[in-house]
Design a protein. Structure first.
Length: 487
């Protein structure tokens, strides 16, 4: 593999003895001494790795991604906000990256492509194009009444809890936090609940950047392409239909990739957030005591976890549009930069004492910043708040079933994911719930959302709008219960 030339700002390797093969020092660094953000060394203690990089390089450090692809990891809080807030200097369009032409990456095989490759969505756009695309996404997300979303989340949460509440024990990651966000998001997008299990597996695989990531990405895209075809024929009150009807005139390809963006980003961050909050509830007496004693509300507890354990630790990516200096490092045109959200949140420049509570403060980087700040963060908070509140209300005596030190995580370059959270509680009977009712139709909007029935693209002006009939809903929780019990 060839690397960008030295003039791209990368520090040359310092002379010294070469570690023997198999030594952790050898596997943690590349040929030029840059630190790898993948592999066993990075997966063991990513937060510790960030602090070592900060101590060695300052607020911006040279790192290597899978396949020893070079990038800059932004560690400082202020530097992260600077990069995220200057699109004229740091583009969101990955086609600016020099790695595509230097031979540094094989776009056909690299597991990084689903995360750093160009797509026709608002994340990969700047300026007016970004505004056009993001406007459609924002309209699609904001069409739902939050109280209606909460009622729907409540029904899904109760149905999931009913699958394990009689046993007196559960594994909350595999039986609750991985499923509630996907069930909610697939409903909002307009998909069937049966799509959930396959999409959960594919989404997790994508973020792990494994050899099967490209296949998982293709599976997600194929599922969403089928959804777009179905919604062209029969629109509904969902995000897919709203994107297709928006005045921005998105192509079907753009619709598919924005659905992918909402599904993957919303699922990964919300599932991880819920797991992290529940782990704190069952392992930290001060945290549980604050909730029970009324000193900290559940939404405040969520914000504290967003500061301490952001669900997305590293966010790809930005690309330098010109030579500049950042954090004392010489950044060259076309260089890749990664937003170190977790590292920025614990920067001593803004948090000199990490033990000081910050649950009243939303200035963290967990949803990025600037013009590309996550537009769906409020829905993610609603899913986490509502789901966890229902779980703790139904099972108030929940306790960790294993010693805390036996909990394990699976880490990738981008995220750190709790693998399991086994708990015990007093067995309780299920609370049978009816199938979720459709979300209420929002009031008429004046921001470009159509008030007339949605019509397929390219339909004649006088063609009748598709009849809106409620899609048949098949009870799924019984099958899900059987599936979870077999795991």
């Amino acid at each position: 593999m060839t690397f960008p030339p030295a003039e791209h700002g990368w520090p040359a390797a310092e002379p010294g003895p070469t570690p023997p093969a198999g030594c952790p020092a050898h596997t943690a660094t590349g040929a030029d001494g840059a630190t790898r953000l993948y592999g066993a060394a990075a997966a063991t203690d990513p937060m510790g790795l960030y602090e070592k990089l900060r101590a060695t390089h300052g607020p911006v450090a040279p790192v290597l991604l899978d396949g020893d692809v070079r990038a800059w990891l932004v560690l400082g809080y202020l530097e992260n906000r600077d990069v995220a807030s200057r699109p004229t200097q740091f583009s969101r369009d990955p086609r600016v990256w020099h790695g595509w032409t230097s031979g540094e990456i094989d776009p056909a095989t690299s597991p990084l492509v689903p995360m750093i490759g160009w797509r026709p969505d608002c994340v990969c756009a700047d300026g007016e194009e970004h505004q056009r695309l993001r406007g459609a996404v924002t309209a699609g997300l904001s069409q739902f009444d939050h109280r209606g979303i909460r009622r729907h989340i409540a029904r899904f949460a109760h149905q999931l809890i009913d699958t394990f509440c009689q046993s007196g024990e559960a594994e909350l990651v595999g039986q609750f936090t991985e499923h509630l966000p996907m069930l909610t998001l697939t409903h909002l997008l307009g998909m069937s609940e049966e799509s959930g299990p396959g999409l959960v597996h594919a989404a997790r695989d994508l973020f792990k950047a494994t050899e099967t990531s490209l296949a998982s990405n293709a599976y997600v895209l194929e599922s969403l392409e089928q959804l777009v075809v179905a919604k062209r024929a029969r629109p509904g009150h969902d995000i897919a239909s709203a994107l297709m009807a928006h005045p921005a005139n998105l192509t079907d390809e753009e619709v598919v990739h924005h659905l992918r963006l909402i599904l993957l980003a919303g699922y990964e961050t919300t599932a991880n957030l819920m797991s992290n909050v529940l782990r704190m509830v069952v392992t930290d007496p001060r945290f549980r005591g604050s909730l029970a004693g009324g000193q900290m509300t559940l939404p405040e507890a969520v914000e504290q976890v967003l500061w301490d354990e952001p669900p997305l630790m590293v966010c790809p990516g930005r690309w330098a549009k010109g030579d500049t200096v950042l954090g004392g490092q010489q950044i060259k045109t076309g260089d890749m930069l990664l937003l170190g959200l977790a590292a920025g949140n614990v920067d001593q420049a803004i948090r000199p004492d990490p033990s000081t509570p910050v649950h009243h403060n939303r200035a963290h980087l967990s949803f990025s910043a600037g013009t590309h700040e996550c537009p769906g963060q409020d829905i993610g908070r609603i899913i986490a708040d509502s789901g966890i509140d229902i779980l703790l209300t139904r099972l108030p005596d929940i306790t960790l079933a294993v010693p805390e030190e036996r909990l394990t995580w699976r880490s990738s370059t981008w995220a750190r994911h709790l693998t399991a959270l086994p708990v015990n509680f007093a067995a309780r009977p299920p609370q049978a719930k009816d199938a979720p009712a459709p979300l209420p139709v929002p009031p008429a909007r004046s921001n470009g959302m159509p008030s007339a029935p949605l019509r397929p693209a390219n339909a004649p002006a006088n063609a009748p709008a598709p009849e809106r009939r409620p899609e048949p809903r098949v009870p799924w929780w019984t099958r899900l219960g059987h599936l979870l019990r077999r795991r």
